[in-house]
Design a protein around this ligand. Structure first.
Ligand SMILES: [Zn+2]
Length: 439
């Protein structure tokens, strides 16, 4: 289905392969039938019958992987136009997403490779009760039934949410592992299950660094700082509490070591916090056009959720929020330096988070956390592909025999990560696309 009559040659490019810290200069890549056939330096020889891209001052990197997103049907072009050729879908309608995943695999429709969790599973006290792609369960028997049915539909993993009581949560982890599915957790917010408890229960992945908050304080101290009600102002309380976190405390280093030791995969999603603080101001001038590709009902939801929050805060409150955010970024830097496996995820379409563009912003934020740009590229490519498992082992790095999911950039992203925005071409399953094709 993807076979292209002519092979494609990318000539004299600089390669960032997702594996090594070194840039490989003056490389030629020959691509055919969706595969990187050959990579070599030097003479090219006869090129009749081959499409040639002259890439003298350009940089080839693996296609990016968004490790935390929620798919909706019209978002595929936004991902592809930003060089995102694979996504980890963290909750959507299982039936629809799995059908779309199959149609993308067969070449029937254009989209990124999909890894999906289907619906997330939450407890019956959930605020998300009537929210889309949420299944609420009351007890251990129910969680087993739901996991079995998601597995039957063909999900790639199970996502457990924050209102599950610990014993039901643990039963869910156990059942998913019994049938060979990895488990990812969004916990912490409700304080029913903390990050530490989730890791001890055996989860494979933890989402959102902001959810570490209950693990940062002794329980009584946190209750005092935060109170219990969940209100807009309580969002501010979260920031106040974060601004008071002491990252030198042994309880903080213990949780970091635990994540590193258990090889838990963690996706920070910093951009959501930035967008929460900035509301509609998060959308840059260059992103206004992209907004047109977001369905109206999603934008209505964004407007309802966050600008009011921004408008309600005083200058002083915004300052505290920013201090809290800086603390979270500091923690992400610590997680990286202590060897925790990190993913790069946008959580699009959360408020003002545009699929595709948001991942590049997340990469910039991770550089701000103190992670070198070359490492951030590896996190968003090779490391994420490894976390997604066997089906993704031939993407995320540039080597002979791998699938040709690639981006050709006009400038060096290892010097400035923002250069990931300067896309000359996207190569998806060996097919060459000008990013404008996806608009
Ligand atoms: Zn999410």
């Amino acid at each position: 289905m993807y076979s292209q009559a002519k092979p494609l040659l990318v000539q004299n490019a600089s390669i960032i392969d997702g594996l090594s810290d070194k840039i490989l200069y003056h490389q030629n890549l020959l691509i055919q039938n969706g595969i990187i056939l050959r990579i070599w330096r030097g003479e090219v020889g006869e090129t009749s019958g081959i499409d040639v891209i002259q890439a003298d001052n350009e940089f080839v990197i693996p296609g990016l992987i968004d490790s935390h997103t929620h798919l909706f049907p019209s978002c595929y072009n936004l991902f592809l136009s930003h060089g995102i050729t694979a996504v980890r879908d963290m909750a959507s309608e299982a039936d629809r997403t799995i059908e779309q995943k199959r149609r993308i695999e067969t070449g029937d429709i254009r989209g990124p490779r999909i890894y999906t969790h289907g619906e997330l599973i939450d407890g019956t006290t959930s605020r998300r009760k009537d929210a889309p792609y949420t299944i609420c369960v009351a007890n251990e028997d129910e969680i087993v039934v739901v996991i079995n049915s998601l597995a039957e539909k063909g999900v790639d993993g199970i996502k457990l949410y924050s209102e599950l009581p610990l014993h039901v949560f643990s039963r869910g982890v156990h059942r998913a592992h019994e049938i060979g599915l990895p488990v990812s957790a969004h916990v912490g917010h409700s304080r029913r299950v903390t990050v530490k408890q989730a890791v001890e229960a055996g989860v494979d992945a933890i989402e959102h660094t902001a959810t570490f908050l209950p693990d940062m304080f002794p329980p009584d101290e946190l209750a005092e700082t935060m109170g219990d009600a969940y209100t807009i102002k309580n969002q501010l309380r979260g920031f106040i509490a974060w601004s008071k976190v002491d990252l030198q405390k042994p309880r903080v280093s213990r949780i970091i070591s635990l994540l590193a030791e258990k090889r838990v995969y963690h996706t920070p999603t910093l951009i959501n916090i930035e967008n929460l603080i900035n509301g509609e101001r998060s959308i840059g001038d260059n992103e206004q056009l992209l907004l047109k590709q977001i369905p109206e009902e999603i934008k209505v939801n964004w407007r309802q959720q966050t600008p009011s929050l921004f408008e309600e805060w005083s200058d002083e409150e915004r300052k505290i929020a920013t201090q809290g955010f800086e603390k979270i970024k500091h923690l992400v830097g610590l997680l990286y330096r202590e060897g925790v496996r990190l993913g790069v995820g946008s959580d699009a379409p959360n408020p003002w988070t545009i699929p595709g563009a948001a991942l590049i912003r997340e990469m910039e934020l991770m550089v701000e956390c103190g992670i070198p740009p070359m490492k951030v590229i590896q996190l968003a490519t090779k490391n994420s592909a490894v976390a997604l498992g066997k089906r993704f082992e031939d993407v995320g790095s540039i080597k002979e025999g791998n699938s040709a999911d690639l981006i050709i950039l006009k400038e060096n992203p290892a010097i400035d990560i923002s250069n990931c925005r300067k896309i000359a071409y996207v190569i998806r399953r060996g097919l060459l696309h000008n990013p404008a094709e996806f608009e």
